[in-house]
Design a protein around this ligand. Structure first.
Ligand code: CP
Ligand code: NVA
Length: 302
């Protein structure tokens, strides 16, 4: 038993989990492998994709999910995370949590007797990264040698992509304004993974440099949940980093566009790009469920 709080937790099994996801998507696993299992889902922030895909995913695997808004839990009134972890462990077989603070998820996992799966924190979004990699493999047939460029805020989504890309043999660049770089700790680990796998990672505030030879152009909102107070400043700082058709034309001709969603058209991406022929956003969203079913199987099957 372990937990999935970071891509680093599945460093050696990323390929295995993604192969499992493809098999599950193709209907090539046994019926109801998580029969009678229950997943508690704690949400401290809003969600559409994560909530629904985990819920439906558990149901399709033969189990069930319980949605727990942190506002309604005693945790929201100050009950310690450690007590919450110990109590839930007596009732359920796994806990999925979308949390404000990454450290709280670490605390939850430390005191839990069942696997804890992160559904996003301020630091990482590992399940999103798995779905993204499944989508890239489906589109190009390979990961090795392909290059992904994350344009915009060096946020949770960017951090998890930085960790997963080199593990699968992909090169990665990040194009972000100064002051919005990804986590230094994550970057250090990602560069170690890149060295081990003979791939390259660069972070630059020069979009032209970051987009050279790119197969996947990826962006996310300029204002993540929790950053709302900085909205005005961010809109100014990120304006030159909008993914539009001019910017897409720097990438390879066959490049695809990805976004974890939700998106704001006219802000981080223009409507013609996100709704255009290069966009794979809805395959990507669908793959959240297939990738997470593999995660649930991996962590919760007896
Ligand atoms: N991409 C993603 O995690 O979406 P939700 O916030 O809707 O769960
Ligand atoms: N970076 C975004 C991702 C939402 C799925 C956020 O944290 O709000």
């Amino acid at each position: 038993m372990g937990s999935l709080l970071s891509v680093t937790d599945i460093k050696d099994d990323v390929k295995y989990i993604l192969e499992l996801a493809s098999k599950i998507k193709a209907g090539e696993i046994e019926e109801k492998p998580l029969k009678d299992k229950t997943l508690a889902m704690i949400f401290q922030k809003s969600s559409t994709r994560t909530r629904v895909s985990f819920d439906v995913g558990m149901y399709q695997l033969g189990g069930r999910a319980i949605f727990l808004s942190s506002n309604d839990l005693q945790m929201g009134r100050g009950e310690p995370i450690s007590d919450t972890a110990k109590v839930l462990s007596r009732f359920v077989d796994g806990i999925m949590i979308r949390a404000i603070e990454h450290d709280d998820v670490i605390e939850l996992a430390k005191h839990s007797d069942v696997p804890v799966i992160s559904g996003l924190t301020n630091l990482e979004h590992p399940c999103q990264a798995l779905a993204d990699m499944l989508t890239i493999k489906e589109h190009f047939g390979v990961w090795k040698g392909k290059k992904i460029c994350f344009v915009g805020d060096g946020n949770n989504v960017c951090n998890s992509l930085l960790l997963i890309a080199p593990l699968l043999g992909m090169n990665m660049s990040v194009a972000c304004p100064k002051g919005y770089e990804p986590s230094e700790t994550i970057l250090k680990t990602a560069k170690e993974y890149a060295m081990e796998n003979n791939t390259e990672i660069i972070v630059s505030d020069d979009i032209g440099v970051a987009l050279e030879n790119v197969d996947v152009v990826y962006t996310d909102v300029w204002v993540s949940m929790g950053d709302e107070a900085e909205t005005k400043q961010r809109e100014i700082d990120f304006a030159p980093f909008q993914v539009n058709s001019d910017l897409m034309s720097i990438a390879n001709d066959e490049a695809i566009f990805m976004h974890c969603l939700p998106a704001i058209r006219g802000q981080e991406v223009t409507g013609d790009v996100i709704d255009g022929p290069k966009s794979v956003i809805f395959d990507e969203a669908e793959n959240r469920m297939h990738a997470q079913k593999a995660v649930l199987y991996y962590y919760m099957k007896d």
